[in-house]
Design a protein around this ligand. Sequence first.
Ligand code: NAD
Length: 481
Amino acid sequence: MTEKILNYINGELIEPVGKTYLDNINPATGEVYSLIPDSDERDVELAVLAANAAFPVWSNMPVAQRSDILLKISALIDKNLDRLALAESIDQGKPLWLAKSVDIPRARDNFHFYATGAIHLATEAHAMGNSAINYTLRQPIGIAGCISPWNLPLYLFTWKIVPALASGNCVIAKPSEITPMTAFLLAELCREAGLPKGVLNIVHGLGPKVGAAIVSHPEIPAISFTGGTKTGEWIAKTAAPMFKKLSLELGGKNPNLIFADCNFDEAVKTAVTAAFSNQGEICLCGSRILIEKSIYEKFKEAFLKRVSTLKVGDPLSDDSRMGAIVSKPHMEKILAYIELAKQEGGKLLAGGKQLQLSGKNSKGYFIEPTVFENLAYDCRTNQEEIFGPVVTLTPFETEEEALMMANSTQYGLAATVWTENLKRAHRVAAKLHSGIIWINCWLLRDLRTPFGGMKNSGVGREGGFEALKFFTEEKNVCIKL
Ligand code: NAD
């Protein structure tokens, strides 16, 4: 029997008001394996009622007590790690080993990090000599709307909801309709951990219905969104006239700068990981590889050799380095970009087509790791986010040229630099237009650091105390002495 996902509202797992459902497809088999509530504004309204009722209790609960409940959820995620990882892999198409080693541990850590972080959030005081003292009162906003994408489902869902909850807000959250399963399973764990009813509400369904109802609801004063730049633009337009607080984590087209003085083997190895992890469906993937001309041919050869060892296969097999693309429409979008790259004069060096697997995966959505060269830095393939296993190799002659190409897109999320020259590393990092710069590494994350992008990659920063501050309203209290 096909499993039915349910909304989590007011502490209960319930059907959507309209009683209609959407198909949830396993991308590795192309088959419907569960049903997603096709909720609408009526379900969001129920969630708002529940959150409003829960807010006085939750926001007034001592922070240590809130923290205890969130730590219990963290422990339950750990206890259920294998089950959650399997669900994530089936729902998203990512290799099971990746879900086990990255996605679910990170969701657990997000709970742990913010459950403890909220205890340490301090406030500032500003003394005016002997005449007055000011202090900052930081209070929860009320209801936070959290909307997340499909690429790292539970990882990014929890990255938003936990700082919101830890700082005393109630939350109405919408996971992606493409990957709703682990958020549904999380609701069960929240109930088991004793999270008071109405504190977290999860409404499943389509972006333009449920997401839009959350964004435009007058009683939801803060919106934290991760997803595409176009959707972010719509959210900004809708929320701005209502003066909502907005955090937007959007798309990327990240450059990976390889200088001739790099640690060559490390650079090649990590460039392949940065290009094709999670089938290239990570907003931080390095999809534009810029290589100093003097080592271009050597790098290309070593890079392609390594790419040829990447096995694309059943996400549930231990030896699959890459799994399935998340959905048929997304696979078709990626294949259209591969055609575009050819039309733009790109020379195909590896991959370039859908991979037909056999047996239970014969109807799944798989694409070979794809590498192009010979494309102008400013062509569409090099400017637009593909969000799949497609990368380009481009030579540069000077540091200035590398920076010019790196900074040429509308995006500014992440950049990676490979050089053993310390001065160059600092100089280039300062000149790159990106919110995150990795020097001689990729995806090395410290949860205390500010996370987010410049330009059309977003507004605001997540991570560390930044997120706790975002989900609180600051009030200055001035006392005359
Ligand atoms: P998307 O914008 O299509 O959807 C993201 C979420 O927004 C989903 O839950 C969706 O249902 C919802 N949504 C869609 N339309 C909406 C609307 N009108 N109002 C409110 N909500 C709406 O993005 P996606 O395809 O799920 O994710 C891929 C994108 O996310 C890529 O561009 C990727 O770079 C980006 N991303 C960014 C980061 C980051 O941290 N910057 C992280 C992961 C993914």
